[in-house]
Design a protein. Sequence first.
Length: 127
Amino acid sequence: METALAIAIIIIGVLLVIQLAAMTLLMLSVKQLVQEIREHADPLLSKANSLLITANELAGTVQEKTEQVAEQTAQTSAVVNQRVEKRSGLLQRVVAGPIIGTAAAGHGFRATLAAWRAARQRRRGAG
């Protein structure tokens, strides 16, 4: 019985050594695959990093340009608003005077015409 036990222990030992050898070969294979993937991935990661740097630089440039355009728009808007107010005030002064004068003259003409018609009616009625 001791011999059978010794043989079983030896067989189990040999199986464990075979398993360890298989695991070692598997680990070496996985290590080699990881190295190959890394060799392919490193240039891609480097390129992606440079693209991100370029994108950040472009975003910064676009933001600066946008701020410049917004500032110029605000300045232009202020100038246009000022000019419109100036022209509007000038137009009101230039147009309002003649319109008021014309309205007053029209009212005076209507009043005079009404007085003349009334006088004419009185003369016809009296004569």
